[in-house]
Structure formats: C-alpha cells, structure tokens
Design a protein around this ligand. Structure first.
Ligand code: GCO
Ligand code: MG
Length: 412
C-alpha cells in the first residue's frame, strides 16, 4: 500500500488549522494535525516543500521507519516546526493503518485501558463573581475537573481569562477562544509577578470555600516565574490541594524544578512547548514533575509521545495532554486514542471548538458526563470536509505577549 498523495490543507473556520491528508494507492486516506499556533505557515512550508515529495511511493504501513527516516535524514532535529510536521505524518499513517484494520486506533495501541478519559475545562474570570459563574457553567456542561485562571488587581488583561468564551446562540454551542488574535501584530498584555503571587492564594481559598474539597482544581502559571518564585507559589497553594500547577517556570532549565520540589508537594505539570523525550530527560528521571503536558501534535505524533509516556510511567508520572482549541479535532482525536490505551493516563485538557470548526472536521468522539471517548469508527474517527475547509482561508494571527511596568518583555 503506497502513498500517492500528501496534501496540506490550511483552514481558518474559528481559528487557523493545518492538516496533512495522506492518500494511498488503495484510496485510503489518513489525517494528521500540524497546527503550530501563530507560526502555522512555517509547518505548511516544511510539509509541502520538504516532506510531501519524500512521502510519495513509501509503504504507508511502515510508520516507525518513516518516522525515523524523516527525523534522522533531515539532520536538523527537534524543534516545534520539525516535530509538528513529523507528528502530522505519523498520525495520518496511524489513521490509515487503523482504517485498513477496520478498528478504532486505540485498539492498535493495545486496546482500551479505561472506559473514558477524565477531562478538564477552563474556567476564568476577572472578578470572583465572574470566576464562580464560569466554574458553575463548566460544571453544568459536565466537567468534573476545572482549571482556574483569574484577573489580578492592577493588571489590565491577562492570558487565559474570560472574554475567552462565546456562546453561539444559533447552534447552542459554547466556543472557547484561545489567546491568539487575528491581526498583523501580537496584542500586548501587562504583568506583575509579585501582585499575582499575593493574589492567587486568596482566589483558591475562596474557590475551595465555595465549591468544597472534592472538585479537582488546576492552574496554569504560563512560564512566568523564576525558580524561587515558583517554589513560593507552589508552597502557598498547598492548602488548596491542587490537581496540578502547570508551567510554573519556563522549564527549558530542567534543573530549576529541583528547587521547587524541595519546598512543596503541589503536583507539577509541564511540557506543552516541549517536542521530544530529550526535553523531559532530567525532569522525568529525577521525578521533578507529575504530569507530561505534551500534545501528540507537537511531540512527533503518537509514536514518539507514546515513548515519552512509557518512560514517564517508570516513575509513576502520568499523562496530561495539551488540548486547547489550537489542537485541531484531528490532534484531539489522536490524544484520546493514545490516552485510552496507555496505562498511565492522568487527565485530558478539553476546550470546545466552535461550530464552524466542527463542520469542517466531522468527529466521532464524545464528551459525556465529563468524560471523553474517541468513539469506535475505524481509524481516528475524524474526517475533513475539504469543500467546507476551502470556505475559510488562512488569516494571520498571533499569540499575545507581556511587558512589565518598566517596558521589559516578559514570558506571557
Ligand atoms: C493551555 C495552554 C494554552 C496555550 C496555547 C498556545 O494550557 O491550554 O497554555 O492556552 O497558551 O495553546 O498556543
Ligand atoms: Mg498551559
């Protein structure tokens, strides 16, 4: 079964998505997500100009060999662009293999290890009242675990809070916006770590008081703290029993987390911007984290992320795969098949795509009573309507960035 076409489809129904569609000489097609938020066209070029021509004629069943060929023959390894491109090829080939086998992909990965995947959603608010409303709204939608992001007094706009969700009255769907904004330049936000460190524990105290001790609560620090600030934060949130505290440091410096571990037992999650097992080498071996945040889409696909998670399993570290709206329904389905099959599944992030996105990508996965399931269609269970996709051409969009009061650029 040879590959006869590898097409890259760019579409922007509610936001930009890049999808690779591989076709075999038997007429079987497979999809892979290659969306790199805010830098989409770099992956498009990598795939169209450098990878697609190499795929023609390859045996579509040789997934591991194709992965190794693309990774090693390029010489220039790792990095988000390379690894998103390889991920798209890998996932498309898994989709094809599972369709040919007539099975949902999770069956080929070892079969289901559980009945469904616990998902968490994003609650946020500028004020306490808005935040409480948002948590309740998520609970009404079925979410059993909730990420809490909040405004900080004195700061104008912060990543991840409100104005972030839209209710589409015509379809009855709720659409979670991600921070990327369409436009020619990134939006500028402001930041003050000391105000944030003072304010956040008061928010979690109020949330625990209102919603009780049972509800799993998560928080994302979005890479903004120094190691000692991160240690302080993790320690100050300990009384509120978080499910996890995410990206408290930039973590390129993996050793930085030793300091945090010395001061706190708050569980830590890191890795949404990591691409390979090498980015995790120290933090897994030294047990400096509790959850691996990588997405299938940005970590070389199912083949590579499965290896990362198997390594993590030796240290009782679990999965917490990245699932914002900038992971397309194809990338989400891939995460769900992998999450259903592995033993060390932890939790799956799940934001809701808009109705236009759901029309472009027809999906078989379900979200019922707070649990995700990839469905039992052969393959990934996602199909792309190319005509529908063609209605929404690419639009330039950028993630925001931060400046401190004195104008210094800061991690956002
Ligand atoms: C998360 C993430 C996202 C990212 C976004 C960048 O935890 O869901 O931090 O909100 O900022 O995916 O593209
Ligand atoms: Mg995050």
């Amino acid at each position: 079964m040879r590959i006869v076409a590898a097409d890259v489809i760019v579409t922007s129904p509610n936001r930009n998505f890049v999808t690779l569609k591989i076709t075999t000489d038997d007429g079987v097609t497979g999809l892979g997500d290659a969306t790199l938020n805010g830098r989409e066209l770099a992956v498009v070029s990598y795939l169209r100009d450098h990878v697609a021509p190499l795929l023609i004629g390859i045996d579509a069943h040789r997934i591991e060999d194709t992965w190794q060929f693309l990774y090693r023959s390029a010489y220039w390894r790792r990095g988000p662009v390379t690894m998103a491109a390889i991920a798209a090829v890998d996932v498309a080939l898994w989709d094809i293999k599972a369709k040919v086998a007539g099975m949902p992909l999770y069956q080929l990965l070892g079969g289901a290890s559980r009945t469904g995947l616990l998902a968490y959603g994003h609650a946020s608010g500028k004020t306490q009242d808005e935040l409480f409303d948002s948590i309740r709204e998520h609970q009404e939608q079925g979410y059993k675990a909730i990420r809490v992001q909040t405004g900080v007094p004195g700061l104008k706009s912060i990543y991840g809070i409100a104005s972030n969700a839209t209710f589409e009255a015509n379809t009855g769907t709720r659409y979670d916006h991600e921070p990327a904004q369409r436009g020619a330049r990134p939006a500028e936000e402001d930041w003050d770590t000391r105000s944030y460190l003072r304010h956040l524990p008061t928010v979690f105290e109020a949330v625990r008081h209102e919603f009780g001790p049972e509800l799993p609560l998560l928080h994302d620090g979005h890479h903004r703290m120094t190691p000692i600030q991160a240690a302080k934060l993790a320690k100050s949130l300990e009384p509120y029993d978080l499910f996890w505290l995410e990206d408290i440091t930039p973590a390129e410096n993996q050793e930085a987390l030793r300091l945090v571990r010395q001061h706190s037992t708050t569980p830590l999650a890191i890795g949404e911007i990591f691409n390979t097992v090498w980015d995790y080498q120290t933090i897994i071996r030294e047990q400096l984290i509790d959850y691996v945040r990588s997405a299938v889409t940005h970590t070389g696909g199912i083949s590579h992320l499965k290896k990362v998670l198997e390594y993590a399993a030796q240290y009782q570290i679990k999965s917490g795969m990245h699932g914002p709206t900038d992971i397309s329904p194809v990338g989400m389905a891939a995460a769900m098949h992998l999450g259903l099959a592995i033993h060390n599944f932890g939790i799956q992030e799940y934001m809701q795509h808009g109705s236009r996105t759901n029309e472009v990508f027809q999906q078989s996965f379900t979200f019922t009573d707070g649990m995700l399931h990839p469905g039992d269609n052969p393959g990934l269970g996602v199909e792309l309507d190319v005509d529908e996709a063609g209605k929404y051409p690419y639009e330039q969009a950028y993630l925001p960035y931060n400046r401190l009061a004195d104008g210094t650029v800061h991690d956002w």
